[in-house]
Design a protein around this ligand. Sequence first.
Ligand SMILES: Cc1cc2nc3c(=O)[nH]c(=O)nc-3n(C[C@H](O)[C@H](O)[C@H](O)COP(=O)(O)OP(=O)(O)OC[C@H]3O[C@@H](n4cnc5c(N)ncnc54)[C@H](O)[C@@H]3O)c2cc1C
Length: 371
Amino acid sequence: MPVYDAIVLGTGGIGSAALLHLAQRGCKVLGIDQFVGPHDRGSSHGQTRIIRQAYFEHPNYTPLLLKTYRLWDELADRVGRQLYFETGVLQIGPADGEVVAGVFRSAEMHGLHLERLTPAEIEQRWPAFVVPAHMIGAIEHHAGYLLVEQCVDAHLQAATEAGAELLSPAAVEAWKPGPPVTLQTSEGELAAEHLIVTAGAWAGQLLADLQLNLEVRRKSLFWYPPNSGQEAAHRELPCFLYELPTGVFYGMPQVDDRGVKIGEHSGGQVIGDPLQVDREVDPEDRTATGAFAQQHLPQLTRQHRDHAVCMYTMSPDQHFIVDRHPEHSHVAFAAGLSGHGFKFAPILGQALSELVLDGGTPLPIEFLRLR
Ligand SMILES: Cc1cc2nc3c(=O)[nH]c(=O)nc-3n(C[C@H](O)[C@H](O)[C@H](O)COP(=O)(O)OP(=O)(O)OC[C@H]3O[C@@H](n4cnc5c(N)ncnc54)[C@H](O)[C@@H]3O)c2cc1C
């Protein structure tokens, strides 16, 4: 049985990045996934992911974001493909709500430039939007979207070019801490000095002893093409997020002929087995997203042209959990990324590689630790 320096269990959004960092450090490293990546069965698919710096969820994320932008640029240079598109991100909500107030707080703490806009100013600049009169907007210009599947593909490509091995499809059935760590997989037993668990919606099962209390939620995405003559206006939109009494909705400018992508960040049905998630259109989700589109982007057609189902893995406080296993210091994990983790993939990949190889990381992830 070959013994690797490290195995990465799950090579989706975060694991593919961890694999690259380990390979760059000269490790003999193997990435295992039950699906050949990039795939659409986990949490890292659906065309695009928003990336922004003025972080309403918690200002402590911003220093990590400043570093993550640089790593995405380095990855794009390495694979010779554009991964990040700087469209700006417009966040809209009540002045005293969670989103806009949090965005301004984070920007102020970290000296980030934001523009504050009234509804009239927003509608004048981007006539595709309709904004409730009592709300305000914050546009962050050094922000936009990442092409999600292409990012995973780029990390996997760069990792294998740096010497990482990939084993997929191969499902990990169980692991024992050792050391060395041993993994029972559908392809036989494997062993490694270190293990990184980046299993997304399956993290609760694979880290059951830690009782992380993760909740997996089913999330729907819909693409709506604009009415005829409205294409240019919808291609030039910033990414957007509205905090409304009916929920938090977000979307992206039109990227291809499917149109504008819209999803609801709030809510979502709790699911048991991520392998069995229902991938059909949910009438309630379609109604909620359609009502948002009709009210706030009325130049979109009412009939969606495409649809996808993805999963959020929520931690109890909606912050990521990134740490070494408290009893097995040669095992590290990132779990509960709570629907906002993709933009951090490269920096979390770096942090995880440092946690297992160096026993700690200088990156400011203290606030994400298990305790
Ligand atoms: C609809 C939607 C919109 C989002 N929007 C944003 C956004 O705009 N910005 C943002 O930053 N984030 C966003 N997120 C969140 C972000 O996409 C996720 O936090 C991130 O992609 C999760 O990455 P992950 O590596 O944890 O999971 P995944 O990418 O799903 O990777 C986990 C991998 O582990 C593998 N695996 C699991 N168990 C096993 C096993 N037993 N054996 C072998 N392999 C296994 C899986 O097959 C999978 O490939 C969004 C998420 C969704 C669903």
